[in-house]
Design a protein around this ligand. Structure first.
Ligand code: CTP
Ligand code: MG
Length: 335
């Protein structure tokens, strides 16, 4: 551990491009799934509009950030002015309204960390979580989506990493491993760091998008159609990038001192962020700065047991990418 290994990438790495792309393709949702999601959103908008005409519904998370697998649930944010009404009360009222309209398994979870109403739509078969005023999540969803439009390799890499994390059981935040959102940020950071860079740092560029949400200023360059050729000077293939991603997290990342930061397109020191010791439940054993809520470390869920699990999984993946004859199978073997 902690020894930086100067291994060179295996010389037959590009033989793995086609099978990795096949894995990616197999996970992409079909167009008709997108149609069904929009259909469900329209149903929900009608129901919500009757009670709260001023309210707006937004999709966020994997159904809207372009990193969603086929057959995933959808995340919806109900944005409204609560006035002095309690959020729980609104959630219960919302559950009532939805219940009476043929939607199934309607449940209001008012005490969850993020309070939600859950439901299943029997017409489309889609399950859905509705939260209230989680507008920062809507904006970070847009940021991820905009990054994905710059270079196709981000979406390919993130799908493969998410699929690996789900197969290996390291995508379970209540067990101390990382969220999908954290893994996508790790992929963006990684592609910002390649030389030549494959992704720019959108928050370091001219501001073309601006919003203030819950006192957090969200500003970045969102005219990404102008950045279509950004990564073209770097010819690395998807197999090389998967290899290098796991190599970085297994052997090169400085867990003791560094914070990865998509916001700055670089790493920061834990010292500068005062993330050097445990505060409450935040242990900062792997540090991933949220691009907008910069006091949020998305690695805060990781504890002293799960950090070992995670690092062993990164090492296992790096070894497989280096030596295994058939990485596209072995990498995703259930744990
Ligand atoms: N989110 C966030 N802060 C976190 C975790 C999540 O703001 N600490 C928001 C992000 O907008 C993210 C969304 O919640 O896109 C959903 O999070 P998550 O379930 O981790 O990601 P998904 O992209 O929905 O992944 P999956 O396909 O695994 O459902
Ligand atoms: Mg999700």
């Amino acid at each position: 551990r902690n020894v930086k290994r100067q291994t060179a990438c295996r010389n037959d790495i590009n033989r793995l491009n086609a099978p990795f792309l096949a894995v990616f393709e197999s996970l992409i949702p079909a167009d008709e799934e997108k149609v069904k999601q929009k259909q469900l959103l329209t149903v929900l908008e009608k129901l919500v509009g009757k009670e709260w005409p001023e309210a707006r519904l937004y999709l966020y998370g994997s159904c809207a950030n372009s990193f969603g697998f086929s057959k995933s649930d959808i995340d919806v944010c109900l944005a409204m002015d609560l006035g002095n009404v309690d959020k729980s009360e609104v959630l219960l009222k919302l559950a009532d309204i939805l219940q009476s309209d043929n939607l199934q398994n309607v449940q209001a979870l008012t005490r969850a960390r993020v309070p939600v109403v859950k439901l299943m739509d029997p017409v489309t078969g889609i399950s859905c979580d509705i939260c209230i005023n989680n507008v920062l999540a809507v904006v970070n969803t847009k940021l991820l989506h905009d990054y994905a439009r710059i270079d196709a390799r981000l979406r390919q890499l993130a799908f493969i990493v998410k699929h690996w994390a789900k197969s290996r059981g390291v995508n379970v935040t209540y067990q101390g491993t990382l969220s999908s959102y954290a893994y996508v940020l790790m992929c963006i950071h990684f592609l910002q760091q390649r030389r030549p860079a494959i992704l720019p740092c959108l928050q370091g560029m001219e501001i073309t998008y601006f919003a203030t949400i819950d006192n957090v200023e969200c500003a970045y360059f969102d005219q990404v159609e102008k950045l279509q050729n950004y990564g073209s000077r770097n010819g690395e293939s998807i197999a090389q990038l998967v290899w290098a991603f796991f190599h970085y997290w297994a052997y090169c990342h400085d867990y003791a001192s560094d914070v990865i930061s998509v916001r700055t397109g670089s790493t920061l020191s834990k010292r500068a962020k005062d993330w050097t010791r445990r505060v409450g439940n935040d242990r900062h054993l792997i540090c991933i700065e949220d691009p907008f809520e910069v006091s949020h470390d998305l690695g805060r869920v990781v504890d002293k047991y799960s950090i070992r699990v995670l690092r062993e999984e990164f090492e296992r993946a790096a070894e497989i990418m280096q030596h295994d004859p058939n990485p596209c199978v072995t990498l995703f073997e259930p744990y």
